[in-house]
Design a protein around this ligand. Structure first.
Ligand code: ATP
Ligand code: MG
Length: 583
């Protein structure tokens, strides 16, 4: 795909707030997107508001991704704005690729995003109606059966600058066409031997109008109609007629279908009753996201080749992957709204999606302490065998989140990178001879280190200020020291597996390079598995619960968690390491 532009966002995360408010301000100035503007114009020109009806039409040949979320939020958003019904229509005309598993996952994902459809419908419900209409069209002399090879037909198609040439079968009699079409339907012909074509114009400037195929023979089992049919209608023939049958007022699709609009209209013309509403196809640009691919064919490749663990691998741009990673439905809706819809192809910066989840979780995620890369600290003046349960605020952004108790004892873990034997003045973490505050606890001072035979630090020996407990009201508790560290009590800590994810691809647009395969740009470091220690309150956590590991980022309980083995996915770090690298 050719990208016209990349939504250029400032690299520093702080600036996203400004970026977002700019977008929102622009929206307030002109609060309608161009699709809403089209609808407003139609309403002004006499379309009754109660005639408005929309649909989201996924093909059940894969799991939904963040691009589909744009279409879902757009269509269901219109439904909410105009109080109009929105159908969920499965576009299931290709039995070779479609499965019930995909239908189920799509329904789950749309509901999880927070939307409710009016009717659940299937294009396959219209197979008989479509067949009957096709017979009518043959009778009207506007369709014919062609038994040429696909190569011959392709040669006759012409090019965008040269007209096509007519098939030798174009002028078969109506009777002959009816008999052949019946034979196609009855399974008398081999796959690929015959097709039904609309008889439009082989010289039409729009190549889609050069006698397009309406039906092909496929001797396949269909996930809903079983073996009832061995001819299946093509997308264009099915889509417009399904919209018409459902009386969809605005059929919104992505830009690549713009050139299909003539054909969409031609097919509706063949069956149109002026007493009924005539659906309108309108197009918007696909949502592309940087550092990933979105086509279901490519995502399926990643799944089938074992490059990811499944459609819901937390590195996938699928709704199920994002959910498992810890994304909330609200964050995905905010992302879709903020990125907006466009008339031109573009790539949205994944940093905007990350901004949206951080913003949401900042308000809602309970804070906890976890140490991902531990080093032991011994507080030498803390009484052996003693322990205290200290009060910690769950979320300073949300008073109603309350408090919890965190155990403190003589031996704790802190992050290795939070300690240096020596460091310059800008290092506000722990260094020999200096003090830091332990979050929710005491001020400690590093006195000495113990090392193993390789020179690796195995223990940091500290002393603590016995009067400095946070919140205790003493003078020492108010004492300001430069750094505050997170920690866990070794005796009480719970071991956990933490899966840290990075971008799946190293390139912004991995599938836009014509010379290389998108898989050449896979990031070999997209997954790092750590053995971490977390505070004991997390023993009670349930799958999909989301937390802020203080100073580290947002994390979510993975479905691989068992009673004895906690697994967390890192949703997003607090700071963006890529932005730092690119600075
Ligand atoms: P893919 O190329 O990923 O297989 P598709 O367009 O074939 O996508 P469908 O299941 O046919 O997938 O799409 C259902 C609806 O979602 C369609 O209306 C389609 O236009 C829309 N859609 C699909 N991908 C995107 C995207 N990246 N951005 C916006 N809308 C999309
Ligand atoms: Mg499709």
């Amino acid at each position: 795909m050719q990208c016209d532009f990349v939504v250029a966002l400032p690299k520093k995360i702080n600036n996203f707030a400004t970026y977002k408010s700019d977008v929102i301000m622009n929206e307030e100035k002109n609060s309608l997107n161009f699709i809403e503007q089209i609808i407003e114009d139609d309403l002004a020109n006499g379309l009754a508001q109660d005639k408005l009806r929309f649909r989201f039409p996924p093909e059940p040949n894969g799991y939904l991704h963040i691009g589909h979320a744009a279409s879902i939020c757009l269509n269901f958003g219109l439904g909410l704005r105009y109080n109009a019904p929105v159908n969920l229509r499965f576009d299931d005309t290709n039995p070779a690729k479609e499965e019930q598993e995909y239908v189920d996952s799509i329904k789950h994902d749309v509901q999880w995003l927070g939307f409710t459809w009016d009717k659940e419908l299937y294009s396959s419900d219209y197979f008989q109606q479509l067949y009957d209409w096709a017979v009518e069209i043959i009778k009207n002399g506007k369709a014919y059966v062609d038994d040429q090879s696909s190569e011959e037909m392709a040669l006759q198609k012409g090019t965008p600058t040269e007209p096509g040439t007519d098939s030798k079968n174009r002028n078969r009699s109506v009777e002959e066409n009816l008999a052949l079409f019946l034979k196609m339907k009855n399974g008398d012909f081999e796959e690929g031997s015959h097709v039904l074509r609309a008889k439009i114009d082989m010289k039409h400037v729009n190549m889609h109008m050069r006698d397009p195929i309406m039906y092909r023979i496929l001797k396949r089992h269909h996930h809903r109609t079983g073996n009832d049919w061995c001819i299946y209608p093509m997308y264009d023939w099915t889509h417009g007629e399904s919209d018409y049958l459902e009386q969809i007022s605005h059929s919104i699709c992505t830009l690549e279908f713009k050139s299909h609009r003539d054909l969409y209209d031609w097919y509706i013309d063949q069956v149109y009753d002026p007493a009924k509403l005539r659906p309108k196809q309108r197009e918007f640009a696909r949502r592309n996201l940087s550092y990933t691919v979105m086509s279901k064919r490519k995502l399926l490749q990643l799944v089938e080749e074992g490059i990811v663990t499944g459609w819901d691998d937390p590195r996938m741009p699928t709704i199920s992957g994002l959910r498992r990673r810890g994304y909330t439905p609200e964050s995905i809706r905010t992302f879709s709204e903020t990125a907006g819809i466009s008339k031109r192809d573009n790539v949205t910066d994944v940093a905007l999606l990350e901004y949206c989840i951080k913003d949401d979780l900042n308000k809602t995620a309970p804070r906890v302490m976890a140490v991902l890369d531990p080093v032991k600290v011994v507080i030498t003046n803390y009484p052996k065998g003693n322990e205290e349960w200290l009060t910690a605020e769950n979320n300073q952004e949300d008073e109603s989140a309350g408090f919890r108790e965190v155990p403190f004892s003589r031996e704790i873990y802190i992050e290795k990178e939070d300690f240096r034997e020596e460091a310059n003045k800008k290092f506000f973490r722990l260094k020999l001879g200096n003090e830091v505050r332990l979050k929710n606890a005491y001020i400690i001072k590093a006195e000495s280190v113990v090392k193993d035979e390789n020179g690796e630090i195995t223990e940091i020996h500290c002393t603590y200020d016995t009067e400095s407990l946070s919140g205790s009201g003493t003078e020492a508790s108010q004492r300001k020291v430069k750094g505050t560290l997170h920690w866990v009590s070794i005796k009480h800590a719970v071991k956990a597996e933490v899966r840290v994810y990075d971008r799946l691809f190293t390139e912004e647009a991995p599938d836009s390079n014509k010379e290389k395969d998108f898989k050449d740009f896979l990031n070999p470091d997209s997954l790092t598995v750590l053995e971490a220690f977390v505070e004991p309150s997390l023993k009670e956590a349930n799958v999909l619960d989301r937390f802020q590991f203080q100073r580290l980022g947002y994390f979510c309980v993975d479905k691989d968690t068992t009673e004895f083995h906690l697994v967390f996915n890192r949703t997003v770090p607090l700071r963006d390491s890529w932005a730092k690298m690119e600075e």
